[in-house]
Design a protein around this ligand. Sequence first.
Ligand code: S3P
Length: 170
Amino acid sequence: MADNIILIGFMGVGKGRIARTLAAETDWYTVDTDDLIESMVNMKIRKIFQEHGESAFRQMEQQTASWLELHVNCTVVSTGGGFFKVKNLNRLGRVVYLHSSVEAIFEAISNHAKAKKKIKKRPLLKDLDRARDLFNERLPQYRRVADYEVLVEDRGIADVVAEIADLVRR
Ligand code: S3P
């Protein structure tokens, strides 16, 4: 099994930022699955959804997961919010679910200086009622696949990163 730290959780919870900070502190490398997919097909996520549909995007996530399993080690991997459904998730490394309430996530996104851009690039965030339903549907699923759960709501990033580093060091 590959020895990576895989951060999963809902859109906007801060997976990328937490991954970059954690990597800087552990001397590990970091990659983001959405970035890998965008560079593989040279297309933004929004365009992939528009032109090829969500199921094609999910296949690209699986392709990325298969590649990660074979080729990536000692890396903090931040993932898209639906990436946790790949078949080989638990073979990629230790899976950490980052939890926040959906209302806190919506609030953080809408208060962000780049709120418009953040919403625009996430097709599944356009309709907030549907996004809330998706969150509720996924919450037990995130918890089922995760090795650890870390609360991010109302906490500073240093605190969150220290907790993850502690968990995975054991
Ligand atoms: C998705 C989350 C997005 C991106 C895509 C689908 C999802 O990533 O992969 O828009 O299904 O939750 P972030 O979680 O980084 O926003």
